[in-house]
Ligand binder design. Structure first.
Ligand code: DX5
Ligand code: ZN
Length: 246
């Protein structure tokens, strides 16, 4: 199995001690620091901008995986890269000229990625896949931490992994939202290799180090039974919907 990476999402951290929390995640075994940027337009929440990214940059040498949940991200690409973003992900739903934005990110010297909302079909990614390093498959509706994992996204992850493999590409699949010890192994089995986790890293009982270790161990666990159960549960509404239209 490919190496599984854990991106600690600071949305669930203590913002009053952001630098410290980022350093703790790095010392505790995180591979990336995931930074959620929200504008109150693309998503119904507002978080932080380049100034904050810049202020936490000295606290770790881990790559910053910056997730832009903002409209017209092209206006901010250069500012976020200058502030310290290593990976810059934009939403397929937020870009009229996605290829141009992806090329802009690469031109600024960061690794371009694309994020896709739960309802958006994978066909929207077909032409852009060769240009990105990662796809962030949203496993909740973006905007807030602490939401419940959407089980039907497992099938989407599987199909995306197949699309990538069939095209002979090397693209990371990130999963973002509701990633904890139950959902993580299912996502990995479906083909994800980067687990983005906020609440299960910063917002649960153990220390950050313990939480990261538990999440990593769970991702490599035997997920057979939970996957079966999840699939049966997830498919029931589809069958019901078909009956409705028949
Ligand atoms: C949600 C963000 C996520 C969020 C995940 O819109 O993109 O990165 O921090 O939080 P949890 O892990 O709490 O679901
Ligand atoms: Zn995110």
């Amino acid at each position: 199995m490919d190496e599984i990476k854990i991106a600690a999402s600071i949305l669930a951290s203590d913002f009053a001690r952001l630098g410290e929390q980022v350093a703790q995640a790095a010392a505790g075994g995180a591979d990336y620091i995931h930074i959620d940027v929200m504008d109150g337009h693309f998503v119904p929440n507002i978080t932080l901008g380049p100034v904050v990214v810049q202020s936490i940059r000295p606290h770790t040498s881990l790559p910053f995986d910056v997730h832009l949940m903002i409209d017209a991200p092209e206006h901010y690409v250069s500012e976020f890269v200058r502030a310290g973003a290593d990976h810059l992900t934009v939403h397929v739903e937020a870009c009229d000229h996605l290829h141009r934005v992806i090329e802009q990110i690469r031109g600024e010297g960061a690794r371009p990625g694309v994020a896709i909302n739960p309802h958006t079909p994978l066909v929207m990614l077909e032409e852009i896949l060769p240009y990105v390093f990662e796809v962030n498959v949203m496993t909740v509706n973006p905007g807030f931490g602490g939401q419940k994992f959407i089980g039907t996204m497992l099938d989407k992850i599987e199909r995306l992994r197949r699309m990538i493999t069939d095209r002979g590409l090397d693209v990371d699949i990130e999963v973002d939202g509701g990633i904890e010890r139950q959902s993580a192994p299912r996502c990995v089995r479906a083909g994800a290799n980067v687990l983005i986790a906020g609440t299960s890293v910063f917002g649960t009982g153990g220390t950050i180090r313990e939480n990261i270790a538990r999440l990593r161990a769970s991702a490599l666990g035997d997920p057979r039974l939970p996957l079966k159960k999840q699939k049966a549960g997830a498919r029931a509404p589809v069958a019901a919907a078909k009956q409705k239209t028949a």
